[in-house]
Design a protein around this ligand. Sequence first.
Ligand SMILES: CC(C)(COP(=O)(O)OP(=O)(O)OC[C@H]1O[C@@H](n2cnc3c(N)ncnc32)[C@H](O)[C@@H]1OP(=O)(O)O)[C@@H](O)C(=O)NCCC(=O)NCCS
Length: 159
Amino acid sequence: MKLKIRLARAEDKKEILSVIGSHSFKWDKNIAKRYYDDYFSSKKDMCLKGDEVFVGEENGTIVGVIGYSLDRYETRNYWLGWFYVRGDSTKKGYGSELLKNIERRLRKEKVRKLFVDTSSHYFYKQALKFYIDNGFTVETVIKDYYGEGEDQIILSKMI
Ligand SMILES: CC(C)(COP(=O)(O)OP(=O)(O)OC[C@H]1O[C@@H](n2cnc3c(N)ncnc32)[C@H](O)[C@@H]1OP(=O)(O)O)[C@@H](O)C(=O)NCCC(=O)NCCS
């Protein structure tokens, strides 16, 4: 089934957080909540002005979320962020649909390259494989970025 992809609205926050909370790594939900509280705030911080969050709906239920952030003061590079498909809806092609949608939007804005960062923790193994399978290549690895033994992996893709 094809997803209906649209801009996220403040009233979607609970459902978005439930998509994120459907995965086993519970800490992401708390970090994501802090981000969405700021993103959906009426007094949105200037540094989030270039950010956009999109949701993918299946029969009116949110099953995926994706977003990007703009490095607006310096490079104007875009970073993919908070990309999740509900645990019981993965491996149906929704992740690639969401990613393609974002890429199409950024291409229209003449964006050349998209960046993403992830963790070396085994919980994110599927995401790392997904990025590589979908055309991203590893730019660099920052050792112990998230803590001892957990590196940050930065990837990019020409879009
Ligand atoms: C990364 C993530 C968003 C990918 O979403 P997804 O919806 O599963 O992605 P897709 O369905 O497009 O592709 C995943 C796999 O399903 C397969 N697939 C796609 N459509 C399919 C179908 N109709 N039938 C069977 N398999 C299918 C793809 O070929 C791919 O297979 P592979 O893993 O063997 O290469 C998802 O795994 C996720 O939410 N992970 C947890 C959150 C996370 O780590 N986010 C990133 C943080 S940096």
